[in-house]
Design a protein around this ligand. Structure first.
Ligand code: FES
Length: 139
């Protein structure tokens, strides 16, 4: 069977091939290229609801949200503002939190090597920071 071209097929309008559309063809449900196209064209450019604000009521309360290869973290900071970040450590890209929701005490510490971030996302602590003599944490 010939490989389906999802860009062509999905942009066709109902009736273009002379047959009425009644449902999506089965191949669209497990087609990797189509999945990646949907992420790039539909989901990544859009806004997404992670949670209701009441679900992160306290400073340090957080919720996570994964979409494709993106991993997000919404957290309430010390000023009770909601902030959103990639749920990825800047050191070696380990997830900062692994649970869907939780509450941390004033900071996020990466479980891999211990880099620690404030609730505002700023890098605060780098263990063995003498190993990074040129690093400016503010960067
Ligand atoms: S990956 Fe986070 S501290 Fe190394």
């Amino acid at each position: 069977m010939a490989e389906q071209d999802p860009r062509h097929d999905l942009r066709a309008r109902p009736g273009d091939n002379g047959e009425p559309w009644t449902t999506l063809p089965a191949w669209v449900y497990d087609h990797q290229e189509l999945y990646e196209l949907e992420l790039e064209e539909i989901f990544y450019p859009g806004w997404h609801i992670v949670c209701h604000a009441s679900e992160v009521p306290d400073a340090g309360s957080y919720m996570t949200f994964d979409l494709g290869i993106e991993h997000c973290l919404v957290i309430r900071d010390r000023d009770m503002e909601l902030r959103a970040f990639h749920n990825v450590c800047r050191h070696r890209a380990h997830p900062l939190v692994s649970r869907r929701e939780g509450k941390c005490r004033g900071r996020l510490t990466c479980p891999y090597h211990g880099w620690t971030y404030g609730l505002d996302g700023a890098l605060r602590i780098v263990p063995a920071d003498e190993s990074f003599p040129d690093m400016d944490k503010a960067d």
